[in-house]
Design a protein around this ligand. Structure first.
Ligand code: LMR
Length: 334
């Protein structure tokens, strides 16, 4: 009898042992935008394929819309290991001590997604991601959002229209310089606070691609939108380096494959998501949408090109030039 219960006990232990071994690896993927955006959809796609292909060994929990952390907090949480994956905008790496990513914020540096992809899908993009490693962060991929539009409660057609406006920006010194070059007063603010700040007049205007404007309902509190396409907004998908390198090799390889496919998916939908969002803003009738004439655009470019030079010491001349080389951009031709 004694032997019998001892055996039962052993069996229970063994079962508990397997139970323990089968606990899934949890990846908390936190982000600040709505689910219905290129990044939100990309995160959900990654969850789906990662969970399917690891057959339940990995569970991905996506926390959208700053439900877990806001901009600054999510970076800290990743470094501390409280979350395992993020996709912050490339404009948010300065506070981490990697200001080189702000090269992506330079006004008019990319004319199209195709030009941008030469960088994000090539050697220059990889060398930028490598700069995260000393911070305990591994860069896995670049995900697109799109080209930014400007919004306010007054029409913004000429650089002079920005004079004195309080403008919300992300935590990028290049964006600060950009808004100052237009005569505005930039204010750094977490994404989750922008709608309310616009609504209450804490700030007068802002910039973002259409999908962010629309899904945060900013168009309901901004009477005017200008299709300036003056800059790019995209993301680096990042993970905690220690966590990533500590994964079993087969799981890590499967997750790398899932990330590759999620990246293709996210980048394939980004443009159309932004076009659809812009159409929805138009249909809402809440914001007037203005396009710039060729001359107006020229005036914007003229006002903003100085930012390339003034931010050289922050970003690094070599980094800026490596991008010019990839895309064929010539600041003298702006
Ligand atoms: C912003 O703060 O405006 C954007 O970075 C939000 C985002 O993640 O797209």
């Amino acid at each position: 009898m004694k032997l019998y219960s001892a055996l039962l006990g052993l069996a229970a232990l063994a079962l508990a042992g397997t139970g323990w071994a089968q606990q899934p690896i949890v990846i908390k993927f936190s982000h600040v935008v709505a689910n219905d955006t290129p990044k939100g959809k990309g995160a959900e796609y990654f969850k789906k394929v990662a969970e399917e292909r690891t057959k339940g060994k990995v569970k991905v929990e996506v926390y959208a819309n700053s439900t877990l952390y806001k901009d600054k907090e999510e970076m800290e949480a990743l470094q501390l290991g409280a979350v395992q994956m993020l996709a912050p905008s490339l404009a948010k790496f300065g506070p981490l001590g990697v200001p080189q990513f702000e090269v992506f914020d330079l006004p008019y540096i990319f004319d199209s997604y195709a030009e941008l992809h030469k960088v994000t899908q090539g050697a220059v993009g990889q060398s930028l991601l490598a700069k995260l490693e000393p911070k305990g962060i591994k860069g896995l991929a670049y995900w697109d959002n799109g080209f930014k539009i400007m919004s306010a409660n007054k029409p913004l057609r000429k650089p002079e229209d920005f004079k004195g406006l309080k403008l919300r920006i992300q935590s990028s010194k290049v964006l600060d310089a950009q808004m100052r070059a237009l005569g505005g007063n930039p204010q750094v603010m977490a994404f989750s606070e922008v709608y309310q700040a616009l609504q209450t007049g804490v700030v007068d205007g802002t910039e973002n691609p259409p999908s962010n404007l629309y899904t945060q309902k900013m168009h309901e509190v901004q009477k005017h939108v200008t299709l300036s396409d003056h800059g790019y907004l995209g993301y680096a998908v990042i993970t905690n380096k220690k966590f990533w390198e500590g994964l079993p090799a087969d799981i890590r390889a499967t997750l790398e494959g899932a990330m590759k496919d999620a990246t293709k998916y996210a980048n394939d939908i980004a443009k159309q998501e932004n076009e659809a969002a812009l159409e929805a803003v138009r249909k809402s009738g809440k914001s007037q949408i203005a396009s710039l004439t060729a001359d107006e655009k020229k005036a914007w470019k003229k006002a903003l090109v100085s930012v390339h030079k003034s931010q050289e010491s922050r970003i690094g001349k070599d980094v800026i030039e490596s991008i010019y080389k990839e895309t064929g951009f010539d600041p003298n031709k702006l």
